[in-house]
Design a protein around this ligand. Structure first.
Ligand SMILES: *Cc1c(COP(=O)(O)O)cnc(C)c1O
Length: 392
């Protein structure tokens, strides 16, 4: 079915066969283990991801349905679903990076990922070179014999830089380096990094794939079957496994992903455009705007520009804080990708680990507000933003 569009594949998810029929919706297999008549089948299932179901830490039919769904959407050979996005990221890092290895990563990284790379550096002597997300020459210059990974994000948080995936993945491939792409902000509806040369795609399914702010999860998708099997064997003993109920909620979310993404992107465009024209706003950071440094890359790679943007008020930090206290419909809350519009203050929340100098290097202002556009009516959101702007 791989010739079908992602929209259609998201609706028609894999379903386990029963005796002559199959459930339309994948059931929740709420069991920790499975019973066997044949000890040889039991033994075989312990050693490979495509044998009989054995034990929930290896996988489970509901979790497997999620793994197949996301692998199918991303064009992978296999996937591992995990309890959170960080669990997927750490499973990949710990499975593939060892003592004394070298990692090349883009400078603008999700906070948890940046912290874990520091941990690997301090505790296991893993060296990390940071590069811009659109600088393949810097990747070529950084490669060493012990370089294992190039780590990128399709759209970065919160300034929404877009990685030049084809050029960056090609630079890594020339050197035999595996590329990992965090595709959380784009979702497979806007971008499928494997099509651009990535080897591994990771997601926080907590965000757009789940889509309803009610479940945590993550997934790692592998272009190569051999890498999938290698990381699967490691993950069985690491234990980051997704829970069947969480997997089921995520599957349910995925079926409407394409409809939600359309509205998230349209609402982000609407709000970003109106804010950019407002006298109290100093700058809007969204790759759909011609003023954004990634606009050209985004136009080349993405059919739409995503549902997250950030902006700075002319009144700086105090004005940003007043705005965040004054919104009524948009919610001041962590996370993104759900149906409700959420806002937060990166300098004191998601990026609090960065020094003032690092914040400035990332372009994050003291008063920068991040907006994750939900799927509400755009005029209702604008009315809320406008009243909050007039009080800031
Ligand atoms: C949220 C997020 C993560 C971490 O995912 P959790 O599900 O919170 O563990 C990783 N990367 C990006 C880009 C995210 O937005």
């Amino acid at each position: 079915m791989s010739e079908l569009s992602p929209e259609t594949r998201a609706v028609h998810l894999p379903r386990p066969p029963l005796n002559g029929s199959a459930p339309i919706s994948t059931p929740i297999y709420q069991t920790s283990g499975f019973v066997f008549d044949d000890p040889a089948v039991f033994a075989d299932g312990m050693g490979r991801p495509d044998g009989a179901f054995v034990y929930g830490r290896l996988t489970n039919p509901t979790v497997r349905a999620l793994e197949e769904a996301v692998s199918g959407l991303e064009g992978g050979s296999g996937a591992i679903a995990t309890a959170s996005g960080m669990a997927a990221i750490n499973t990949v890092l710990l499975a593939l990076v060892g003592q004394g290895d070298h990692v090349i990563a883009q400078r603008a990284l999700y906070g948890g990922t940046a912290t874990m790379l520091n941990e690997l550096r301090e505790r296991f002597g893993v060296s990390v070179t940071y590069v811009a997300e659109d600088d393949p020459e810097a990747v070529r210059a950084a490669v060493r014999p012990e370089t294992r990974l190039l780590y990128l994000e399709t759209i970065a948080n919160p300034m929404t830089q877009v990685a030049d995936l084809p050029a960056m993945c090609a630079a890594a491939r020339e050197a035999g380096v595996t590329t990992v792409v965090d595709n959380t902000f784009a979702s497979p509806i806007l971008c499928r990094p494997i099509e651009h040369g990535a080897d591994i795609v990771v997601h926080s399914t907590t965000k757009y794939l789940g889509g309803h702010t009610d479940v945590l999860g993550g997934v790692a998708v592998f272009a190569s079957d051999a890498t999938y099997r290698k990381v699967w064997r490691f993950s069985v003993d690491l234990g980051p496994t997704a829970d069947p109920f969480a997997a089921w909620l995520t599957l349910r979310g995925i079926q409407t992903l394409h409809l939600r993404m359309e509205r998230h992107c349209a609402n982000a465009r609407f709000l970003a455009t109106r804010l950019a024209a407002h006298p109290a706003v100093a700058a809007v950071h969204w790759p759909g705007l011609a003023s954004h440094p990634s606009h050209e890359t985004a136009t080349r790679l993405l059919p739409a520009f995503g549902g997250v943007f950030s902006f700075d008020l002319t009144g700086g930090r105090a004005a940003g804080e007043r705005f965040m206290s004054a919104v009524k419909l948009a919610l001041l809350a962590p996370s993104l990708g759900g149906v409700e519009t959420l806002i937060l203050h990166p300098a004191t929340t998601s990026h609090r680990a960065l020094s003032a100098g690092e914040l400035a290097r990332h372009g994050i202002g003291e008063g920068t507000v991040r907006v994750a556009a939900g799927i509400e009516h755009p005029e209702d959101l604008w009315a809320d933003f406008e009243q909050a702007l007039s009080s800031s």
